[in-house]
Write a protein that binds this ligand. Sequence first.
Ligand code: SAH
Length: 283
Amino acid sequence: MHDAKRPKSGVTAANSNTRLSAGRLQRIAAAPNRPPPVVRPTNSNTRMTAGPGRRIDVGNTRAWPLPSATPDIAANRLREKMVERLREEGIQDGVVLAAMRRMPRHAFVDEALASRAYENAALPIGAGQTISQPRIVARMIATARNGRNLGRVLEVGTGCGYQAAILAGVAREVYSIERVRVLYEQARARLLALNLPHVRLLLGDGSLGLPAFAPFDAIVVAAAGASVPTALFEQLAIGGRLVAPEGSGHQRLVLIERTSAKHWKRTELEPVRFVPLQTGVQL
Ligand code: SAH
């Protein structure tokens, strides 16, 4: 454990090559320091200010109920077993386990793979990407949460949207960025169907983070870069926790805690295997 280096440059806003998209696939070329497009959830009734002089609708900041467990009894039973296994493997965070017990993981994979949705497996989701194993989702979110109630969180690498949906069960506001357009669109359709209006998905390069919405109480990165993108360090709230895989050959899970305005503490956790963190957007 040692102090992580402070990022060399300040916060970089999405550059002009980056397209951010939200809600009804509204797309803009984001100019420096310009927040991403604003989408008003249909049932939004609260407003917050984000960035200088900008009013951003963020939806109701009460905790939103997750959909009730699927009526599919077989899936319910498999999910119970999955949660039991996670507990046996050392995941102790009851809030995370409860969110995972409620969320139908089979709804996030192709129908042909639905029967395998509750195995501890990384399954293909298209575009050469995979849904993370349940154990790694639980581990990352429990580590990021550390027993706290989370306000605003950022996920880099939405993929199929499963981890964003679990984050929705433990945080008041979830922002998740995906760089592959087809995955972003699929995830958006799934999350709409699950009625999770406090999750906002964006199409963009997540290695730049989302400075207009920072600071985040927690940041969870679902793809591995050679090192954790430094732009994300600055977007952590003081006391905030970032969990990310790091490395190209041998990867490790890394925890970055922001202990003060200028100090970050880095802890290396277990070996992991993630898809690579890539730059730019794939349209
Ligand atoms: N969170 C997902 C895991 C998806 S796999 C789950 O719930 O299972 C990781 C995802 O990160 C892939 O979809 C990949 O396209 C995406 N990704 C890789 N680099 C990225 C970047 N720089 N910005 C945003 N997404 C990125």
